[in-house]
Ligand binder design. Structure first.
Ligand code: SF4
Ligand code: SF4
Length: 95
């Protein structure tokens, strides 16, 4: 199986995934219905949805945020993430 990499860096080293603000989320599940990558998982209990598989999220995708009426989904900064990826690549190149 091909290793899952992005810009030459292992996907699991890249911090890119949605964060849910549970003070805004109304658990409509539109984000989960929309995303085809099983990033979210439904739960029983007070918190009914979690970001269970953050590394399944496509790096720099933000599409599910558009489905969220209460604007409860946020993402890291793209420029900062690119800078971090470049730094990881440099560090790995030095090894
Ligand atoms: S940003 Fe894209 S890949 Fe990531 S959880 Fe949302 S829809 Fe899925
Ligand atoms: S779309 Fe927004 S409000 Fe609906 S479950 Fe997802 S994060 Fe919560």
């Amino acid at each position: 199986m091909a290793e899952d990499t992005f810009m030459g860096v292992k996907r699991e080293k890249i911090d890119w995934c949605p964060t849910i603000d549970f003070s805004k989320c109304d658990f409509c599940m539109e984000c989960d219905k929309f995303c085809p990558h099983q990033v979210f998982e439904r739960r029983d209990g007070e918190i009914k949805l979690v970001v269970a598989n953050p590394h399944n999220c496509v790096v720099f995708c933000r599409a599910c945020a558009k489905t969220c009426g209460p604007d409860a989904i946020s993402f890291p900064s793209k420029p900062e993430t690119i800078a971090k990826i470049k730094k990881i690549r440099e560090e790995e190149g030095e090894q």
